[in-house]
Design a protein around this ligand. Structure first.
Ligand code: ZN
Length: 505
């Protein structure tokens, strides 16, 4: 099988103050630059093992932020489509995408809510109906009919934190290869679960639900089962959780599409029945700190979910650091504040320098006010890399040039409780690995409270070293309480706005 593999990947927070412009994109242009244990690596490994030829085109990634500007999206899309035309003839196309990308001004329309649907449709127009198209997306997606209409099979990550990106790419490879060889005839059906929320897959009962999905695959003509959780901060009509079933028309009786829809509905309703048990219930800022301080021992890892760069937030909000300083919380560390100017000043002054800096709070009201701080530069590291644990290996993720500031207190207000260790970076990104602290010699086991700016992806690395994990709902650009998101275009006839939307028919 000869395949073409390429993707354009970002998650659009339509409330983010940061535009996704042309310079926000990072690229993998050559197979030798593919990061081990990434989605692309899953396709590469499978093709190599099967002795297949895979042509790798453009793979572009932008840190989640606001809508992608027209020039960026159309430029990348048309480059990818040009590479596909040059690679023809191919038997299959693999598209590793995100599934929640909103682009501005595409094709003279004012906004395209479903950039992936636009891309997949244009890929189909080039390759025609005989080529098998497989799409691989994040579970924080808006699963749309347009995406499904123009591909043969779609597979979504199952784990949150996303520890299974390469594993699910491998699943999709097998699915598409079997279809290309005529062994199967995949047909898809989906179901709107009428649910919106943040659903980690590590705790029960979600853990057992995901395990049951995986156990069901491969039996009774069911090729693949995916749950798109939805991305609550993308204000589009197709938002929310949707269940997808891919069945084999050669194995199921009667109308395969209707059968797939019935399977999706059965699983979707099973998920919906768990709605009260699977959602995260984050604590308000001070309540989260109270609980952390009441713990018998540290380190208590507190997730500042609302300032998660991975969901489009700036990662420069000051609400939590201000309260840590005002309350005199002892033995505390926090990562990562995005403030390239402060990194520049601290590096220039050098390790050991004592400075007055104005930190964070620069990107808008959701970041809070900047903090004027009395700090000592305790360490600097260029091109810091964090290791994000995966089911099979770990994914190296760049964290930028970082400095370790020992914060003595707010300027002019000597602090009780000792210094706070704060990591500041040039690169906006969320905490994925413990290296953001340990690279500076910070001993997490000696801390009472460790604050990470991340919703959930920190979990795989930090849960093993944490005495307790607390999810916190501070103010911010990805405020984690669904009812506080200022949605206008999303269909809110779903939980938690409606307790049981199915009961109302
Ligand atoms: Zn995600």
């Amino acid at each position: 099988m000869r395949s073409f593999v390429a993707g354009i990947v970002t998650e659009t927070n339509t409330f983010s103050p940061i535009p996704t412009g042309t310079s926000e994109w990072e690229r993998v242009d050559r197979p030798e630059d593919i990061v081990p244990d990434s989605s692309l690596d899953g396709f590469r490994r499978k093709a190599a093992a099967a002795g297949d030829e895979a042509v790798f085109g453009l793979y572009a990634f932008a840190m989640p932020a606001g809508p992608t500007v027209r020039a960026a999206y159309e430029g990348l899309r048309d480059e990818l489509l040009g590479q596909l035309r040059a690679a023809m003839p191919v038997d299959a196309v693999f598209l590793p995408l995100h599934g929640a990308m909103v682009a501005d001004g595409v094709d003279a329309a004012s906004i395209v809510d479903d950039a992936e649907g636009d891309l997949i449709e244009k890929v189909r127009a080039i390759v025609g109906p005989a080529v098998t198209i497989g799409v691989h997306i994040d579970l924080h997606c808006h699963l749309t009919p347009r995406m499904l209409d123009h591909c043969d099979a779609l597979v979504i990550y199952k784990e949150y934190p996303h520890t299974d990106m390469a594993a699910r790419a491998e699943d999709l490879y097998d699915l598409i290869r079997d279809a290309h060889l005529g062994r199967t005839a995949p047909v898809m059906g989906w179901f709107d679960c009428r649910f919106m929320g943040i659903v980690p897959t590590n705790p029960e009962p979600m853990r057992s639900f995901v395990d049951a999905m995986m156990a069901a695959e491969g039996a009774e003509g069911l090729l693949s089962l995916s749950l798109g959780h939805g991305f609550p901060w993308g204000d589009v009509p197709d938002s929310g959780a949707r269940m997808l079933a891919v069945v084999d028309a050669k194995q199921v009786p009667g109308d395969a599409r209707a059968h797939a829809a019935r399977v999706a509905e059965a699983w979707g309703r099973r998920f919906f029945a768990l709605r009260h048990e699977v959602v995260v219930k984050p604590l308000p800022l001070d309540a989260a700190l109270d609980r952390a301080l009441a713990a018998p021992r540290g380190p208590v890892v507190v997730a500042d979910q609302a300032d998660n760069a991975g969901g489009g937030a700036p990662s420069d909000s000051t609400f939590v650091l201000r309260r840590l300083l005002e309350r005199g919380v002892p033995d505390t560390a926090l990562a990562m504040m995005w403030d390239p100017i402060v990194v520049h000043l601290a590096k220039s002054a050098g390790v050991g320098a004592r400075l007055a800096v104005r930190l964070g709070g620069k990107m808008g009201p959701t970041s809070g006010d900047p903090l004027d701080l009395d700090v000592t530069v305790a360490g600097t590291r260029d091109d810091l890399v964090q290791m994000w644990p995966q089911v099979d290996g770990s994914l190296a993720s760049p964290a930028g040039d970082c400095v370790h500031l020992r914060v003595h207190g707010l300027a002019g207000a000597p602090r009780q409780g000792g210094d706070v260790d704060v990591i500041v970076t040039t690169r906006r990104g969320q905490v994925l690995g413990v290296e953001v602290f340990t690279a500076f010699g910070i001993d997490l086991s000696a801390k009472r409270v460790v604050v990470v700016k991340s919703i959930q992806h920190f979990y795989a690395a930090f849960a093993p070293v944490a005495a307790e994990v607390i999810y916190m709902a501070a103010p911010g650009a990805v405020a984690p309480l669904m009812e506080t998101i200022p949605l206008e275009r999303a269909d809110l006839h779903k939980f938690p706005w409606v307790e049981d939307p199915f009961a109302q028919g």
